[in-house]
Design a protein around this ligand. Structure first.
Ligand code: HEC
Length: 377
């Protein structure tokens, strides 16, 4: 096992001394040297005169590639392969492509930067380096600051390099590597290794398939799958008509729903319904509010039939007619609940209590327009 010299290394005690050493090595004209520190040391790139990294250009190129690729793909989809009119816009409506293009440009630049950095800059899959596993690397990854001048440098002369590093106050050592190390080839694409990878992939996917698609569908894991129930539209042999869906039993009343028994029977409503409210100030205010909201557009603010709808809806009769004044409250309640001819029902907009309050308010309006002699005294 013949060993050849890789580099002469020296360790220093502090960031200041390593900066000084890096400058001295650079000034002595060495090009193939590197500095290793346990943490980033400010100003090191300048001290070593490192050129700017080219990784930025890689990122730019990847972003342009992503953007152009996405615009082309979106254009092909929207204008060639599957043209669809969306909101009357042209097929090639570029503003719609901006968000995806932006996202894909960012994605491509990030992913390609990392991949290219690892493969081309770090020379993956070659993951070995002569400095790995040396006492030097142990020191500089803990508390020492080191510089390493490679034997490959044009100016390299072992004696001179040792002298230079010693004169800087460094603790000098040498790093060798073996032929075995140079000739090492990562065996990523060995058939055996590939076979192993394929085997692992197949075993894990088969295991996953069995577990998630088969085993978990066997008893006792299928509790929730087999249920004694019928779904809408299903056939049921339980009933003679074979329908799984049933009509509610006659007379069923839904929760929270109070049936209105006087549909189409306004006279009964007038006869049997009694206003449960008293004309207190509060009730009249509620009635006024609801009357102005729901009734006044057609009936006018005072119920005189002076609609605000400018002929867009038939004008209603006045609520001050002898007829309506003579009606029991139940009849008006019936009109609000049921509607009357063209007047629609307001049962969903106006609650029962509000209906009664509106009626008391209408009574007030009627009394105001047709005051009795006694009211005036
Ligand atoms: C969309 C317009 C419109 C609204 C809103 C409206 N009505 Fe009517 N209302 C009419 C019309 C039109 C008639 C006449 C229906 C007919 O031809 O029988 C009428 C008739 C009536 C009658 C019967 C009058 C009669 O002489 O037969 C009463 C009482 C009445 N409305 C009360 C109300 C109350 C209370 C409200 C508010 C909850 C209201 N209306 C909301 C249009 C409306």
């Amino acid at each position: 096992m013949a060993n050849s010299l890789y580099s002469i290394v020296a360790t220093f005690e502090s960031p200041d001394t390593i900066i000084k050493a890096a400058k001295a090595v650079r000034d002595a004209g060495y090009k193939k040297f590197d500095v290793h520190t346990p943490f980033p040391v400010h100003g090191m790139d300048k001290a070593m005169s490192l050129p700017e990294t080219k990784l930025g250009f890689v990122t730019l190129a990847a972003a342009i590639l992503g953007a152009v690729g996405m615009i082309s793909f979106a254009s092909w989809v929207a204008a060639v392969d599957y043209p669809l009119v969306i909101g009357g816009k042209p097929y090639w409506s570029w503003p719609a492509f901006v968000p995806v293009t932006y996202e894909i440009a960012v994605l491509a630049s990030v992913v390609l930067t990392v991949v290219i950095m690892i493969v081309f800059f770090f020379k993956f899959p070659n993951i070995s380096h002569p400095l790995h596993d040396t006492p030097y690397m142990k020191k500089v990854s803990s508390d020492k600051f080191g510089v390493s001048i490679q034997a490959q440098d044009e100016l390299f002369n072992e004696k001179k390099v040792r002298e230079l590093l010693q004169s800087l106050g460094g603790n000098v050592d040498a790093v060798y590597y073996s032929d075995e190390f140079i000739n090492f080839k990562p065996q990523l694409f060995e058939p055996k290794f590939l076979l192993l990878l394929a085997g692992i992939a197949m075993a894990s996917s088969a295991g996953g398939y069995l577990l998630w698609n088969k085993i978990l569908f066997l008893p006792p894991y299928d509790w929730m799958m087999e249920q004694q129930k019928v779904k809408p539209q299903m056939v049921s042999n339980f009933y003679s008509d074979k329908f799984a869906m049933r009509q509610p039993v006659e007379g069923t009343v839904a929760r929270g729903y109070i049936p209105y028994p006087y549909k189409d029977k306004p006279d009964d409503a007038g006869k049997y319904l009694v206003n449960p409210l008293l004309p207190t100030k509060q009730v009249l205010e509620l009635g006024k509010k609801k009357f102005l909201t729901f009734c006044s557009p057609c009936h006018g603010n005072f119920g005189q039939g002076d609609s605000r709808l400018r002929g867009q809806f038939p004008n209603p009769p006045s609520l001050h007619s002898d007829k309506v004044r003579g009606w029991p409250d139940g009849n008006i309640y019936h009109v609000i609940t049921n509607g009357q001819n063209v007047m629609p029902s307001y049962q969903y907009q106006v609650s029962r209590e509000e209906r009664w309050a509106i009626i008391l308010y209408i009574r007030t309006l009627q009394r105001a327009l047709n005051a009795k002699e006694s009211d005036l005294q």
